[in-house]
Structures are given as structure tokens and as C-alpha cells.
Design a protein around this ligand. Structure first.
Ligand SMILES: Nc1ncnc2c1ncn2[C@@H]1O[C@H](COP(=O)(O)OP(=O)(O)O)[C@@H](O)[C@H]1O
Ligand SMILES: [Mg+2]
Length: 339
């Protein structure tokens, strides 16, 4: 039984200028203990698709058009605001990109962590405070007895992100959702936070959805990678397969735009490493989403059919089980022929 099963989720924003087709039929499952990396350029629907499941998009203008999100046997999309509040921070932990906006500046760290524990775990205040100190220690904050009584502005960016992580894992969630948790950090601190998350995942055994625009960031932490574009899943599969047996032209473009020292770009048929490049063209107009494959206008391998008919997400021919791609073209053969 998957821990989370998302089925045909579609989300729109109704604005004065028209309707933004932010999420356009997303289906996938997360197994207990799995780490799923969700990757895509800015605007691809990564945040909206998880926020809508958690009841965190503003309605209006947001509107869940259709779909289901079964978490631990219950459809999150059918829960009341009260029930969702219980799930958030309880069974599902959440970490956002910018701790400065998600932490309350006028409350001490102790208050913010203990609040979660009192609400969700029904701990007494003293027990919650004790646990808060343990949590700060667990996420690598030195001198936690003293620091627990400090305020967010007294912490560095990296330490604030660790506080956010402590809050995210406080109730030992079955699922932790991290939306660009390291994006605002410099690379050294980012690496430390990634190490911490790997370590916590091993210790706590929770499942994780890690959202990022940077393939390099999730390469070392995700079991599976899911690439999104134009509010759709373009490719999904075991991390190794997605990196080494890439089937979507969009994923291929993302990999080629990675700097060498993070993760080598996929070599071409002659074993040459392509130079770093930007994907030419611009993202789809979500007010008027294309009828076909949303990446088709930027895809040199697109066929006539790609422009008119959206391909379903299906098992990649000859790929490992669970390696799925949404494409009418076969990236392997077009690249072989191009070589
Ligand atoms: N409150 C909103 N009103 C209108 N459009 C929105 C709103 N929130 C998000 N969007 C749009 O939804 C699309 C998907 O956004 P998002 O999921 O945040 O992208 P990502 O996280 O992949 O960068 C974008 O086009 C964005 O502009
Ligand atoms: Mg986002």
C-alpha cells in the first residue's frame, strides 16, 4: 500500500486575465520510507501540486478541478480545514524554502517547536520543551539548551533552516514535504543541510517529497525522481535510471544545464559530454496551455503528434520497471540516429 497516492490532480487559478492551468493531471504514488525528488524549472507546478493537497493554496483564486490524494487511506482533498490542520505538522511535516517567512519572528524557537508538540502530540509544556531541545540537538544546532530560548533573527540562515527542519520532523511524520529547503542557502550550507536530511531519513525512516529546481541537489538523496513541466509529469523513475537512461527531452535538457562538478551531464552516443547549456525557448503559457506535449515547442526531437496530442505517462520501452515517460518520440533512437 502506498503512503500517498495522487490520482489525476488538476489545479487552476482563476484570475482577471483568465485561468492559470497550474497542475494538469498529475498521478503518482509515494511508498513508505521513499524519498521522491520532484524537479522542474520555476513555474512547473511543483509547489502548487503539494500545497493544494495540504489545503494551502488560496481559494479563490485557486480551485482544485479534479483528482484524489489518498494519504494513509484518506483523501486529503476531501478533508475539512480542521482535519487538514491536524494532518499538517502531524502526520505530514512541511519545510519551506524561506525560514524567515515561515518562522514567527516574535516567538522564541522553543515556543514554535513546543506548540507543534502540544497540539499534535498532546505533550505537556515541560515535556515538549525537553523534546524541543532534543530536536535542536538532532538537527545539529550546538548548545541547544541555550539556543532553544532564542528568536529566529538570532540564528544564521543555515541554522534557521535547521530549526525549520526540527519543526518539520517534530511529530515524527510519516511523510515530510520539503519545498526548495536549501535554495536560499549558500552551497556549503546547502551541502550540510543535505547531509543532515540524509541522516535524519535513515534515523526516522519517514518518506520524503523533496522539491527543487536543481537536479544536482536531489541526485544524492532521492530514490526516485519525478520531472515536472507545464503542470505535468514528464518522466519519473529510479534516480539512476532517470540520470543514466534519460527518456524525456526535457529531463535531458535539465541534465545538460547542470554544472559539471555537481553531476556530469549525460554523454552523447560517442561518449562526449555536451557543454553546459540553457534549454532554448520559453516555458508554456499556462493561460493557454498547448493541446499536445507542453515541451514540444522547445523540443528538437518533437514529432507532429507531440504538437497535437498530449502523451500519457507510461513505462519507458526497455527501461527498468517503474521508469515512466510521457513522450511520443523515443529519445534513445532519435539520439542514436542523430549521432
Ligand atoms: N495564487 C496564485 N495565483 C495565480 N497563479 C498562481 C498562484 N500561485 C501559483 N500560480 C501559478 O501556478 C503555476 C505553478 O506555480 P508553482 O507550483 O509555484 O511553480 P514551481 O513551484 O514549480 O516553481 C505558475 O504559473 C504560477 O504563476
Ligand atoms: Mg515552487
Amino acid at each position: 500500500m502506498p503512503l500517498l497516492e495522487v490520482d489525476d490532480l488538476a489545479v487552476r487559478f482563476d484570475t482577471g486575465e483568465g485561468s492559470v492551468h497550474a497542475v494538469n493531471g498529475v498521478s503518482y504514488a509515494v511508498e513508505p520510507g521513499e524519498t521522491l525528488g520532484v524537479v522542474g524549472e520555476s513555474g512547473s507546478g511543483k509547489s502548487v501540486h503539494v500545497l493544494s493537497m495540504l489545503g494551502l493554496i488560496p481559494k479563490p483564486p485557486g480551485r482544485i478541478l479534479r483528482g484524489r490524494a489518498i494519504f494513509d487511506g484518506r483523501d486529503l482533498l476531501k478533508l475539512s480545514e480542521r482535519e487538514l490542520r491536524e494532518v499538517r505538522g502531524g502526520e505530514i511535516g512541511i519545510i519551506f524554502q524561506d525560514p524567515m517567512t515561515s518562522l514567527n519572528p516574535v516567538l522564541s524557537v522553543a515556543t514554535q517547536i513546543t506548540e507543534t508538540l502540544v497540539i499534535h502530540k498532546k505533550l505537556s509544556r515541560p515535556a515538549a520543551k525537553k523534546r524541543a531541545i532534543e530536536l535542536l540537538d538532532l538537527v545539529g544546532i550546538p548548545d541547544p539548551h541555550r539556543r532553544v530560548d532564542q528568536y529566529p533573527h538570532e540564528f544564521s540562515g543555515g541554522m534557521r533552516q535547521r530549526v525549520m527542519i526540527a519543526i518539520g520532523i517534530a511529530c515524527e511524520p510519516k511523510l515530510l514535504i520539503a519545498d526548495e529547503p536549501t535554495t536560499a542557502l549558500d552551497v556549503t550550507v546547502q551541502a550540510q543541510v543535505l547531509d543532515l536530511m540524509r541522516d535524519l531519513k535513515r534515523k526516522l525512516g519517514m518518506a520524503m517529497i523533496w522539491i527543487t529546481h536543481d537536479m544536482g541537489v536531489v541526485a544524492g538523496i532521492a530514490d526516485n525522481i519525478q520531472v515536472m513541466y507545464g503542470g505535468r509529469i514528464m518522466e519519473r523513475g529510479p534516480t539512476r535510471a532517470v540520470f543514466q537512461d534519460t527518456r524525456s527531452a526535457y529531463t535531458y535538457g535539465l541534465l545538460r544545464s547542470l554544472p559539471d562538478h555537481d553531476q556530469p551531464p549525460v554523454p552523447d552516443a560517442q561518449g562526449r559530454r555536451p557543454r553546459l547549456h540553457q534549454i532554448p525557448g520559453s516555458p508554456p503559457d499556462l493561460f493557454r496551455p498547448p493541446a499536445g506535449d507542453p515541451f514540444a515547442p522547445r523540443n528538437p526531437y518533437a514529432t507532429e503528434r507531440c504538437l497535437t496530442e498530449a502523451p500519457p505517462l507510461a513505462q519507458a520501452p526497455g527501461g527498468v520497471p517503474g521508469h515512466l515517460v510521457a513522450a511520443w518520440y523515443d529519445l534513445r533512437s532519435v539520439r542514436e540516429n542523430a549521432a
